[in-house]
Write a protein that binds this ligand. Sequence first.
Ligand SMILES: [Zn+2]
Ligand SMILES: [Zn+2]
Length: 186
Amino acid sequence: MLIDLQSVAEETHVRETLAQDWWNVLDRGQQVLGFSRPLQVHIKISRAADKFLVDGAFSGGLKVRCDRCLEPFDLDLKAEFHVYLAMRAPVHDEEDLELLDEELDVDFIKGETIDLDDVIREQIFLSVPMKCICQTTCRGLCPQCGANLNVAPCSCKDESGHPAFSKLEKLKVQGEEHGFTEKKEV
Ligand SMILES: [Zn+2]
Ligand SMILES: [Zn+2]
């Protein structure tokens, strides 16, 4: 969706519902698989001197891949964002530009049009948590056979586990015992 910034006198509102197929196959990252329902988008573009402020909000649902079990699941998506857009102006002064960069999150644009789709896509990626877990109790995959342990326990012997973990477990038990005796003495 191209917006001609020159046509923004004071402010322009864009309300749109992005259909599920808006999320192109090419956009697919490792984690985001697509929309689980259409995305409601409201964007306000306002002119602020030589810059443009983009205030946006969207809500919908994403299909994402669980980091533990790798199964897709639905993630509610609701976020607001604020981005400043500025035409790439000739650099007046190094200091000026540095100040600008620190104070505001400014995206420099070339030309006089912006593609709101790019802005929305970037904001969707930014709103996805670093770690997506389908449920807090997700058991993930068996490190040995790769079976999804949420579906059924696998038949791998658990005897060894990871050496580091069993060591930790041991320490934890010792610590608890220690804590208990101390308490008893008091
Ligand atoms: Zn999971
Ligand atoms: Zn297994």
